[in-house]
Design a protein. Sequence first.
Length: 293
Amino acid sequence: MHVINARTICNRAARPAAGRRGRALAVGLTAAAALACGGAGRLAVVGGRAVTLEQLDGFVAAQTGRAADEVSPELTGALFGRLLEEEVLLAASPAPGDRDLAAAARSARVRALMASLCPPPPAPSPAQVEAYIAAHPEVAGGSERLELRQLVLPDQATARLARDRVRAGEDFVALSRELSRAPNAGDGGLLGWVDRNQLPPEFEAAIAGLAPGDVSEPVASNAGWHVFQVMARRGAGDAPDAGVRDRVRARLAAEAAEAAQRSCLTQLAAKVGVRVDCAGATFPCRNPFERTS
C-alpha cells in the first residue's frame, strides 16, 4: 500500500491539476493540505518567525547534497536541531536584516554571531590538566596516537573546497577562522593528541595512512563535514609527558567549548523565544534547547 505523508500532500496540492479527475483529486488534496500543511509545514517558531518544513528541506539539501526524502530520519532530526541553532543566533543578532540573508552570506554570518555572542571559555589551567591526568591515568594509553586538527564545514561542497585550499598551501588556521564551524575554530580547530582506537570508525578510516601534514577527504557526521589534518603520529607507548598534557589540554578545551556553546545557545533561545511544534514531522523532532532526562 502506498502511503501519502504530509510532505506529499503539500507538494501535490501545489501542482496544477489536469482533467476532471485531476481537478476532483485536487479538491481533496487542497482540503487535506489545509489541515496537513498548516501543521506539518510549520515545525517551529523562533523569535516570532516560523521555521517551515520547506525551509528544513532546503537546509537538508544544502548540507548533504541530497533531496530531503533521501536522507535518514535521524540525520534530518540532527540537521533540524542545527537549523534551529542558526535561527536562534540570527534572531538574537543586533542587525535586524540578518534573518533575510541569502544562503552564502547566512553561513558566514552565523559563524560571526557564534564567535561574538557565544565566545569560547578560557583555556584549561595547568592545575586542571594535572587533575584530569591524576583522575584518568589511562589517558597515556597504549595505542597509536595522532595529533589532529579539523575543519567543520556546513556542506560537502564547502568541505571539498577547503580540502583543496589546504592542499594548495593555504594556512589551515586561517581557513579554520574563515570557514569552520568547530567550537574552537578561532584557535585553528586543534583536537590535540588522540588515541587512534578512540576515534569513530568513519574518522579513523578517513585518516588511515595519512602522513604528518596530509589532509583527509571530507567525512560527514551529525555536526557537519569534517576535514582533518594529521600534524604528527606517535607509536604506542612513546608519547612523552608533554604530549599527554597537550592531548588532555585539547580535550578539556574542546569539552569546555562545547558545553559553553550549548549553555549560551540555550540562554539565547530563552531570550528570543522558541516553540517547537513538530506537527507532521517524519523524523525525530524535538526542541534542542530543552533538557532531556
